[in-house]
Design a binder for this molecule. Structure first.
Ligand SMILES: Nc1ncnc2c1ncn2[C@@H]1O[C@H](COP(=O)(O)OP(=O)(O)OP(=O)(O)O)[C@@H](O)[C@H]1O
Ligand SMILES: [Mg+2]
Length: 256
């Protein structure tokens, strides 16, 4: 059974200037353990889509389901990394990472060690007892990534999680996410503006049109796994990126 189903999903925001169609309708099936990247121009409705899948926003039309259960509220088996880090300012970095397990009443001492291991993975071991305001934007986003993984969600939703990172850290985090995914094979919806990042990580890339975002192209990525830095220079990687780039150049108004 498909793990995640989007069926004729659409969102129209009510604004003071009238209705604003932001997304869809879109339909998509994401298989259990599949890594799907979503590429689309700014303002096409990508974050809106993620808010629906996280159960924080109701669609205006259609529905999304995990298995056969409709997503209508936040769920414990979903992890979310928002475009903005949204850390709790009064909690330490470690406590921020532990928020999902506290909210889900799963906390045990083992999670403290897990939080520290995740902080090490994102390069923030020595900041576990610091507070968010003492961290840069990129560091805060890395805390949010650790927080999204702490409870080992079956579905991980990531909204441009690496956008605030410098190029080197971004590359490192991309490799790290790949290896986490390879170990755990959870379903991931990964939103990005970066064609190489999408190509490197995904099993499938879904391209959205300008607002209201609709699926205009789907690209299966058959590069062998595990993928490493050498993947990025392989002819088939370069060809996939090229195809996607040309697709954007062709589609009027669809600049990334
Ligand atoms: N709460 C809201 N109320 C009204 N309009 C909204 C709201 N949130 C988003 N929008 C509008 O919906 C459209 C889609 O916004 P969204 O944030 O989903 O885009 P996005 O694809 O994530 O863009 P970006 O790549 O810049 O992050 C935009 O035109 C935006 O102005
Ligand atoms: Mg967005």
């Amino acid at each position: 059974m498909a793990h995640l189903s989007l069926r004729d999903l659409s969102v129209t925001y009510k604004t003071s200037r009238g209705p604003l169609p932001a997304l869809g309708p879109i339909s998509l099936e994401v298989e259990d353990g599949e890594f799907v990247a979503i590429l689309g121009p700014s303002g096409c409705g990508k974050s809106t889509l993620l808010k629906i899948l996280s159960g924080l926003l109701k669609p205006s039309g259609g529905q999304s389901l995990i298995g056969d259960s409709v997503i209508d509220k936040p769920r414990p088996d979903v992890g979310i990394v928002f475009q903005q880090p949204t850390l709790l300012p009064w909690k330490s970095v470690r406590e921020n990472v532990l928020v999902p397990v506290r909210v889900l009443s799963l906390y045990s001492e083992a999670y403290r060690a897990k939080a520290d291991a995740l902080l090490e993975m994102v390069g923030l071991s020595s900041f576990a007892n610091h507070y968010p305001h003492e961290l840069s934007g990129g560091m805060q986003q890395r805390v949010a990534i650790a927080r999204g993984l702490i409870h080992e969600p079956n579905l991980l939703l990531m909204d441009e999680p690496f956008a605030a990172l410098d190029a080197l850290t971004r590359e490192q985090m991309t490799l790290e996410l790949q290896s986490i995914w390879d170990r755990t094979r959870k379903s991931v919806i990964f939103i990005t503006h970066s064609i190489p990042e999408a190509t490197f990580l995904a099993d499938r890339i879904v391209v959205l049109s300008p607002r209201p975002g609709r699926i205009v192209h789907t690209e299966k990525v058959d590069l062998p796994r595990p993928r490493g830095l050498d993947t990025m220079t392989s002819p088939s990687f370069v060809a996939t990126c090229d195809r996607l780039r040309r697709f954007f150049a062709k589609a009027e108004g669809a600049t990334l």
